[in-house]
Write a protein that binds this ligand. Sequence first.
Ligand code: T3D
Length: 264
Amino acid sequence: MDEKPVLVDLREGYRVVTLNRPQRLNAFNEAMHVALAAALEEAEADGSCRAVLLTGAGRGFCAGQDLTDRLAAGETPALGGALEQFYNPLVRKLRALPFPVVAAVNGVAAGAGANVALACDIVLAARSASFVQAFARIGLVPDSGGTWFLPRLVGAARARALALLAEPVAAEQAERWGLIWKVLDDAALMGEAERLCENFARGPTVGLALIKRALDAAETNDLAAQLDLERDLQREAGQTPDFAEGVRAFLEKRAPAFTGKRST
Ligand code: T3D
């Protein structure tokens, strides 16, 4: 049995959440799902937490579903159940968290592991990392948002080839294609991810959460609806003390001291 399938490290204003089943390249089993869901719930409930850094222990980020669990479940396991119970809520939670989530993809991200990374707001990857839509290799369909994220991030042609061929994409190629934000030398990955989270921990958190909402809504809204939404969200952002502080700091030519709060 894994001792702690997810590690949580409390930092000043953010949390580092580490998938911790390195002997299986951090593949998901039920215990890891439950622990990750709890870690994210706790981060959300902690008013001082203004960002999450998600990474993996050992040489992999996450190899998707633990396939040994699937054999143990029998010849024809009811796979939709795990999506309903664990993967879909996880992806929804990552998108809905009211602060940025930075993925530091330290090694291979395969299957649902790749798509959980893509669900994060900013994806950094080590130069040695790779992304594999491994599903077709075992007769499955990309899940955890894969069929939604891929065409939006890299276009229809690449999305189809990635899903149908299940070939790995090296981190540098992933960056060139726009699948991820940035590739870094392996030794620089965590430092850069921490730097981003430290910045977010001092950021205008409510405004950042509203940006997440606007960009997600833009995936389905037409322009007219999106313009209306931007107006509404801007009203909300304009009522935060961070907006007033941001403008004051600009006029006074100093760095803003954002609180991340909705009200003073
Ligand atoms: O409910 C449902 O099931 C539906 C949901 C599905 C979601 C999914 O994610 S389906 C896709 C599941 N994932 C995969 O198919 C990926 C399987 N893994 C691989 O293809 C390769 O391991 C990698 C490409 C990720 C990495 O290859 P490599 O050569 O760097 O490492 P390796 O030697 O294959 O793996 C190292 C160890 O991790 C190895 O164990 P061992 O031999 O040292 O004892 C390997 O068996 C284990 N491992 C890797 N991935 C998984 C795994 N064990 C269980 N489940 C895994 N997914």
